[in-house]
Design a protein around this ligand. Structure first.
Ligand code: SF4
Length: 120
């Protein structure tokens, strides 16, 4: 059996999304915290020993750990009534697509500019 990954291994893999789960579950002795990296993304920090140490708990809770359940398994359990499935997006009840009709919002926004348009 391979050794479970620690936070540092997840960071180096490029799979850390900065969710903070590992920090929330870390013991006080780890001095764990979330901090922004040079790209403005939240990343776990802490003692070198904690960052190196893998655990079964981290493997179960880090969303991108090799041991974590994938989205299809989770969705089958949590969203059983959603019977539609697409290999690209997974299980779903319904899917809608749209964009803002005002061109400047659409051109400058992501996701069709919807969030910016609603906020304005
Ligand atoms: S639990 Fe979250 S913050 Fe910690 S290594 Fe995994 S993805 Fe990153």
């Amino acid at each position: 059996m391979t050794r479970p990954p620690g936070p540092r291994a997840m960071l180096h893999s490029g799979l850390c999304i900065g969710c903070g789960s590992c920090v929330a579950l870390a013991p006080p002795s780890a001095h764990a915290a979330m901090d922004f990296d040079g790209y403005g993304q939240l990343r776990p920090t802490g003692s070198a020993e904690w960052l190196r140490s893998g655990s079964a708990q981290l493997s179960r809770t880090c969303p991108f750990s090799p041991a974590a359940l994938d989205e299809d398994v989770l969705a089958a359990s949590l969203f059983a009534p959603a019977q539609r499935h697409d290999p690209a997006i997974g299980r779903y009840l319904a899917a809608y697509a749209g964009h803002v009709a005002e061109e400047e919002f659409r051109a400058q926004g992501s996701s069709g500019g919807m969030a910016s348009w609603v906020a304005v």
